[in-house]
Design a protein. Structure first.
Ligand code: BES
Ligand code: MN
Ligand code: MN
Length: 457
């Protein structure tokens, strides 16, 4: 413990300067213009793993962005921990809202500000440095593998194939992931579940061109108006989603588990203040954390059509579009929900417009068992460094590949995240507190230690 702390202290500045080099590579997976940066970033990860002491590390080409695999075999017979993370980041736009440029990391008020500072470069780099530290002290009680992808933010489309083709290479006892949040800096938690996702895009087409809204308005059906009507009818007055069959596979959570969930700290006023709203809304009969953690949701992510430029332009648009995401809970199937959505949405189109709906990407929800050695190791590690037993929390976010790991590799994942909701991931001015970064590096070795001990029995 103490020697880990000392190592971290002694190497603080170097860890940060390396992380900053990592962050400076603009690895935006969604943008074609960053394709070369993605390759550079994968090479950076490979080199970091080798420098940290991996026996081997390789960059694997895919049809999309490369995957990095690295490993250190300590001893036959020891348990193997596979670390998963992603080096890709979300686009930084809108750029004008950043106080410092997104790919020039800056420390302000004890936090690193940059795109990827938390999600997931900062969190993933904690694992690289924890590995370096244990390795340099010959303190590794487990065999270690790293699988770091570059397509998480765009749906991980090439990772499932990579997993099925490389089962042997990826064999492990547990997958350890730091890509989620904890409740607060003084309230550790382990993410016990993730929501699934069906991400849709819809298109409503009316007249063959944008029309003069005076010469035609009032007589020709307006696709923007229709899209708004159609979207608003996707929920009823109780905040329930109206797509037929949508809730069919949702498992109702027992009263006991709901009571347990209600025990987690939650301050209604503070929660509203943190996003600057004066009221919250959602499905009737459920608390805020139930609405986020155990109930499905539907949200418009973006909506456009017609004229959105400066000033006024009097037209009746030809087309209207929206991107709509549905967050799913365990036992709901992403493809099935996408089909239900498409059937409902296209059949709800009134005369005068044509409607298309397309499934962009998604995946299944995930639940993590709370009574295994894999979980217990996380609980003990956090209890040691934070001085408090962590609370299991069902997160509202999604990492669809986690369910795929279970299906294809047959390995359960532990979600040991050190981010905070206030880190503003995917938003302008994303940040990651130095405290969380260094506390993470301190906690991870204890996970290995406890896990190895528990497995030994
Ligand atoms: N790391 C996040 C997911 C996350 C964050 C889960 C915080 C729990 C707590 C991940 O990078 C992410 O952004 N996932 C996407 C899904 C993906 C398919 C684009 C998401 O949740 O929107
Ligand atoms: Mn992430
Ligand atoms: Mn993300």
């Amino acid at each position: 413990m103490e020697k880990f702390k000392k190592y971290i202290d002694d190497n603080r500045e170097r860890f940060l300067s390396e992380l900053f080099d990592f962050i400076r590579i603009p690895s935006v997976s969604a943008k074609a213009e960053n394709k070369e940066d993605m390759v550079r970033c994968a090479e950076f990860v490979k080199k970091s793993l080798l420098d940290a002491g991996a026996d081997r590390a390789e960059v694997y080409k895919t049809d999309g962005h490369p995957i990095v695999f690295g490993e250190k075999k300590v001893k036959e017979g020891l348990p193997t921990v596979l670390i998963y993370g992603h080096y890709d980041v979300q686009p930084a736009e809108p750029l004008e809202l950043w106080k410092s440029p997104p790919f020039e990391p800056e420390i302000r008020d004890g936090k690193i500000y940059a795109r990827g500072a938390d999600d997931d470069k900062g969190q993933l780099f904690m694992h690289v440095k924890a590995f370096e530290m244990m390795n340099s002290m010959s303190e590794l009680p487990c065999n270690i593998k790293f699988m770091i992808e570059g397509e998480e933010e765009v749906g991980s489309s090439n990772l499932e194939g990579f997993c099925s083709r490389n089962k042997e290479m990826l064999s492990a006892d547990v997958i350890l992931i730091s890509d989620t949040t904890m409740i607060a800096q003084d309230t550790p938690s382990v993410t016990s579940g993730l929501r699934g996702l069906s991400y849709m895009q819809v298109e409503v087409t009316g007249p063959n061109r944008d029309l003069h809204s005076g010469l035609y308005g009032g007589a020709v059906v307006n696709p923007c108006n229709i899209l708004c009507d159609m979207i608003s009818s996707l929920k009823d007055e109780n905040g329930r989603i109206t797509i037929p069959g949508f809730y069919d596979d949702v498992i109702e959570i027992s009263t006991e588990e709901r009571a347990k969930m209600a025990g987690r700290p939650y301050n209604h006023e503070e929660f509203m203040k943190s996003v600057d709203v004066d009221a919250l809304g959602g499905e009737a009969g459920f608390s805020t954390h139930e609405r986020i953690g155990i109930r499905p949701s539907l949200d418009v992510n973006g909506i456009w059509g017609g004229y959105t430029g400066e000033g006024a332009k009097t037209i009746l648009p030809s087309k209207a579009y929206a991107k709509i995401s549905m967050r799913l809970v365990p036992n709901q199937n992403a493809e099935k929900i996408a089909d239900l959505f498409i059937r409902h949405f296209t059949s709800a189109a009134p005369a005068g417009v044509r409607v298309k709906a397309e499934y962009l990407h998604g995946g299944q929800a995930y639940v993590s068992p709370l009574t295994t050695a894999e979980y217990e190791a996380a609980s003990r590690a956090l209890e040691t460094t934070f001085g408090k037993k962590p609370i299991p929390v069902r997160s509202g976010g999604s990492i669809p590949i986690v369910a795929v790991f279970e299906k294809v590799l047959g390995i359960k994942s532990i979600l040991l995240g050190f981010g905070l909701d206030s880190d503003a991931i995917h938003s302008p001015n994303e940040s990651y507190p130095l405290f969380n970064f260094f506390r993470g590096i301190e906690t991870i070795p204890l996970y290995y230690r406890h896990y190895a001990e528990l497995k030994r029995g």
